[in-house]
Ligand binder design. Structure first.
Ligand SMILES: NC(=O)c1ccc[n+]([C@@H]2O[C@H](COP(=O)([O-])OP(=O)(O)OC[C@H]3O[C@@H](n4cnc5c(N)ncnc54)[C@H](OP(=O)(O)O)[C@@H]3O)[C@@H](O)[C@H]2O)c1
Length: 309
């Protein structure tokens, strides 16, 4: 990872934090003694940007990373729920770096109260987990293309956090913005929808950007004990016996983001611990993929005041 430039969204917490740090090292030594080189990022000399909201938590996470690795992660302030903030974050990154080799679209919000919307009026989970990451990736595309050209393996990678929830997720386009239909949904349904959307975009990105040398892979961290359950502490308590530490949850996405073998798997889905599985069938449906992609492009065009593509 020498001189590779990496962004981890939501890197101040849980799986994203462990993706930057390398506490999973010990587990990996025990379980996969030949795969040590999957353990990367700060300790492997990558230059890592934590794209996260500015907060005391982010400041503490940056300090903890420095303490445990002796290296510094850089901060890009990012609120994925706000298209304006996403644009500012991309501009900020591009003013500091010319190229990007690896983007972990890791952040997410899970099951907030249904009434919560993004400042732009989207469903909070769809707006943050899908639209925010889509816009960020689109804005960083020129840097990813340059990263693909300069990387020794001739590729840049976008690794998107997904979930088992994709298999039960359904798409309801009328819920992506606020509507009566949206308010009638349960928050878990909207979360699963957003994770299905994330997988669809990952596969569509793989198809559309292959000629640019950009590999897109979806990864499920598995069930992990993290702040993701902040809106459902009861579930966190009940599930605590089966939840893995975030360090293990980082493995599928680290594998997808760093292993040479993963380059062959653009458009595919890694689950714990770095096993390939088939996506839900909807993810392979290009008509569905076009519908989601075109809708996202339209929102960005409207936000930027451009005519629809
Ligand atoms: N934990 C699990 O069991 C599990 C299972 C399947 C999939 N996943 C996926 O794994 C990924 C990582 O989750 P985790 O378990 O590590 O949860 P986590 O500790 O809560 O991390 C989520 C991260 O997303 C960030 N985030 C939320 N809203 C944001 C916004 N508007 N702008 C910028 N950042 C925002 C959070 O930042 P703040 O702290 O500032 O809010 C946090 O850093 C997520 O995509 C999640 O869907 C997790």
């Amino acid at each position: 990872m020498d001189r590779r430039i990496v962004i981890v969204t939501g890197g101040n917490s849980g799986v994203g934090f462990e993706t930057i740090r390398v506490r999973s090292y010990v587990f990996t030594v025990l379980e996969h003694p030949h795969d040590l080189h999957a353990q990367v990022l700060l300790l492997r000399n990558a230059k890592v940007y934590m794209a996260a909201r500015a907060s005391a938590k982010t400041t503490a996470a940056l300090a903890a990373l420095h303490e445990s690795t002796g290296r510094t992660a850089h901060h890009v302030p990012l609120d994925l729920a706000s298209l304006e903030s996403v644009k500012r974050a991309a501009d900020d990154f591009m003013s500091r770096e010319h190229e990007l080799h690896l983007l972990f679209n890791n952040a997410a919000v899970m099951i907030p109260p249904v009434e919560q919307l993004t400042p732009d009026g989207y469903d909070l989970q769809w707006g943050t987990n899908v639209l925010g990451h889509f816009y960020l990736t689109r804005l960083l595309l020129p840097a990813l293309e340059r990263g693909a050209k300069s990387a020794p393996d001739a590729h840049a990678r976008v690794v998107t956090s997904s979930s088992n929830g994709t298999y039960v997720g359904k798409l309801w386009p009328e819920t992506w913005r606020d509507s009566d239909a949206r308010r009638r949904k349960r928050s878990y349904e909207l979360y699963f929808q957003s994770k299905l959307g994330a997988s669809i975009i990952s596969r569509q990105g793989a198809l559309r950007w292959a000629s640019k040398g950009i590999v897109c892979i979806a990864a499920n961290p598995g069930m992990v004990d993290s702040d993701l359950y902040r809106h459902d502490r009861f579930a966190r308590g009940v599930l605590s016996f089966v939840l893995n530490p975030p360090s293990l949850g980082a493995l599928p996405q680290l594998y997808a983001g760093t292993m040479p073998e993963a380059l062959k798997h653009s458009g595919e889905f890694f689950v714990p611990f770095a096993r390939l599985v088939a996506h839900k069938s909807d993810v392979y449906d290009d008509a569905v993929g076009r519908l989601v992609w075109d809708w996202l492009e339209e929102q960005i065009a409207a936000h930027e005041g451009r005519p629809e593509p």
